[in-house]
Write a protein that binds this ligand. Structure first.
Ligand code: ADP
Ligand code: MG
Length: 664
């Protein structure tokens, strides 16, 4: 058994099972559970071994230190191994109808002796009685629950002086056994408590009833064929009632109605903390304070889970009634006298482990980071495992908790993420559509480049020979008109072919330093403006110089201008606006025309797409524009409205080109 200085990890988390519900955080009276990276970890330096977290974890992710292997090894050795059984055993083993069979089962498991810790409880109760008769004032706290003793030593060190300086029934029993069997015997305490595993080095090992149950099952020991045996003497008297009597001070009263003054009994993690607080604030002056971490030892974490408190009480009650009816009172008194010389006193040392309370500033800063700026934002919903938002914030400052534990904060964050996701989803859809479009155009480009290339030469031949023939024709030659038609149509074909080549980006870009104002002004002059169309040029750009291919950009702008005018057969305004940023040049070509229907939007840049009649449009203007803009590593946006109900109709083509493109 290690000394109290070298603390073993009494309780720990199985990370794989922990679903981070924060129930253990809420249930831990010592605030010994820290959440780091979404994992609940037990801080052993702060743990008092009460086992609340073990009891409340629905996922069985909290487990306590197991001593089965050590005890098994002891039992298999040559040593004399003795069992000290806590008085709550009838509540754990109600299926065993006679306690003598239970004793027989323990002997079959290998224990040489089986003693009742209830006898220790008898001795301790008498010692309490003696103590109370000696001290003048009341104002004492019971010291029989080891988790409470540790809690007071760690977190209320000023109250250590109020702990009744008497050992626990377990230690008292171990001293009795040592007196009877000598120091060589190995003592194994068996009870309902995890904190007992760290209480004293006067016992060699500590098993919980759950562990004992496992060992009996593993060894296949049942009541069948087991020899009924009584506990080894000294046998207990009324101390057996201790686990349901609400603690030792009450047991003293059961044994001998002696205590004058009031006893305040506080059980369970909320009850005992409240009682300590009230005691500290002076409300409980002159009271005996009986503190129990569990709701009676019968509800200890070392009991099998799922047991009912009041049912368990009846098991103990029945057992004690039976037992007392058979007890030989004289023999009991003799035993008490026999062991009355055992020293049952002890002292307690404070071991202050309180964390310094963080400053208000620090706490407020953390609260603000959770979106809690005023008391109205403090919902105190408790979902994080802390009673209030401030307690949670304090724990965050102390490094015990995380912001994400705050449910309202996390929900808000989640809503924000969902919104962000929806936005990026929308963006993705748009990008995907654009990608599809450019893929289609790339295929078209390859095809057109191939066709254009093949057509270029034969067309040249047609053009050359028709011109030669034309030259040879006299003015009144009847063939002249036909030849002229051939030549002009061939010329037209050539233009189409060169347009296709532009679209397919088969032409080279000739980058030169250009004057943007000149470019815009010339692009307007290059087209025929009908009388009913007004032209506006707006120069917002701060820097009118850029490195672009002048001829090609001219083609882009004239194409857009032409389309704009053609979209306004009944007149309107053509606006060419030049804007810029440090790195980009922006052309906005707008008209007040009929607009572009939604269904045409993704066809605009496809070669040969036109809504203009045969012979009027080629459907190559925007395809060429697209090719040139891409060659300049720029992009085109179109905004259009066809519905007068939604506002003025018309279209704006926005061309954004890097001011200084770098060609690979
Ligand atoms: P074309 O002008 O020979 O028809 P384009 O490639 O220049 O070929 O234009 C393709 C089609 O895009 C046009 O036929 C027209 O339907 C539509 N379009 C282009 N610009 C505009 C605009 N400013 N307003 C309305 N529709 C337009
Ligand atoms: Mg056009």
């Amino acid at each position: 058994m290690p000394t109290s200085n070298e603390k073993r990890k009494l309780v720990y988390t199985i990370k794989e099972l922990c679903r981070v519900c924060y129930t253990c955080v809420r249930e831990c009276p010592a605030k010994a559970i820290k959440i780091v990276n979404g994992q609940a970890d037990v801080i052993s330096e702060r743990c008092i071994g009460c086992g609340n977290c073990v009891k409340v974890c629905s996922q069985n992710a909290k487990v306590f230190l197991q001593s089965r292997m050590e005890v098994k090894a002891m039992l298999q050795s040559d040593e004399q191994v003795v069992a000290l059984v806590a008085p709550s055993f009838p509540a754990e083993f109600p299926e065993i109808d006679d306690y003598r069979k239970f004793v027989g089962m323990l002997k079959k498991l290998g224990f040489s002796h089986v003693f009742e810790v209830a006898f220790g409880a008898d001795l301790v109760a008498l010692q309490y009685k003696k103590f109370f008769s000696q001290v003048s004032s009341s104002g004492y706290i019971s010291s029989d629950c080891p988790a409470i003793v540790t809690y007071i030593r760690y977190y209320h060190p000023d109250l250590v002086k109020n702990l009744i300086p008497v050992v626990s029934p377990m230690v008292a029993t171990s001293r009795v056994v040592r007196k009877k069997l000598g120091s060589k015997a190995k003592l194994v305490f068996i009870g309902p408590c995890i904190a007992k595993k760290e209480e004293s080095d006067e016992v060699d090992e500590t098993l919980t009833f759950r562990e004992l149950r496992g060992m009996l099952e593993y060894a296949e020991i049942t009541t069948d064929g087991v020899e009924s045996q009584d506990f080894d003497p000294p046998r207990a008297g009324r101390g057996a009632i201790f686990p349901v009597s609400r603690g030792l001070i009450q047991t003293v009263n059961v044994i001998d109605d002696l205590i004058k003054g009031n006893i305040t009994v506080a059980e369970g993690r909320i009850g005992f903390q409240e009682a300590i607080k009230e005691w500290e604030s002076g409300n409980l002056k002159g009271q005996y304070l009986e503190l129990l971490c569990c709701e009676g030892c019968i509800m200890g974490p070392g009991m099998s889970p799922g047991g009912k408190r009041f049912e368990r009480k009846t098991y103990i009650g029945n057992y004690v009634r039976d037992k007392l009816s058979q007890t030989d009172r004289k023999e009991w008194k003799r035993s008490i006298r026999q062991y009355s010389d055992i020293d049952l006193s002890r002292t307690f040392q404070p071991d202050d482990r309180r964390i310094k309370h963080p400053s208000e500033d620090e706490v407020n800063r953390v609260l603000a980071s959770m979106g809690k700026f005023s008391s109205r934002d403090h919902l105190n919903c408790g979902a994080c495992g802390y009673d209030t938002c401030v307690e949670h914030a304090v724990a965050i400052v102390e490094g015990l908790a995380e912001i994400e534990m705050c449910l309202p904060y996390t929900i808000e964050e989640m809503h924000a993420s969902i919104k962000d996701l929806a936005v990026s989803n929308e963006k993705l859809i748009k990008i995907q559509q654009a990608l599809k479009q450019s893929e289609k155009l790339a295929h078209m480009g390859q095809l057109s480049a191939g066709i254009a290339h093949e057509l270029n030469n034969p067309l040249g031949v047609v053009l050359m020979y028709s011109n030669i023939l034309l030259d040879e024709c006299t003015a009144d030659d009847p063939l002249k008109k036909d030849l002229e038609l051939i030549a002009t149509q061939a010329e037209r074909c050539k233009k189409i072919v060169s347009g296709l080549l532009n679209f397919a980006r088969k032409n080279q870009v000739k980058i030169e330093s250009i004057d943007l104002r000149k470019l815009v002004e010339e692009s307007v002059r290059a087209i025929i403006i009908p009388n009913n169309v007004e032209v506006k040029t707006i120069f917002k750009a701060k820097n009118l110089q850029a490195n672009l291919d002048y001829e090609q950009m001219m083609q882009v702008l004239t194409n857009l201008n032409k389309n704009a005018i053609e979209a306004m057969p009944n007149g309107g305004i053509l606006t060419v606006e030049l804007d810029d940023t440090d790195t980009e040049v922006i052309f906005n070509v707008s008209d007040t025309g009929m607009g572009i229907p939604e269904e045409n939007m993704d066809k605009l840049f496809t070669p040969f797409f036109t809504t203009k009649g045969i012979g009027k449009g080629t459907g190559l203007g925007l395809a060429t524009t697209y090719g040139i803009v891409k060659m300049h590593k720029g992009k085109i946006d179109v905004i259009s409205n066809i519905d007068p109900a939604k506002g003025p109709t018309g279209t704006t083509f926005k061309i954004i080109i890097p001011r200084n493109i770098i060609m690979e």
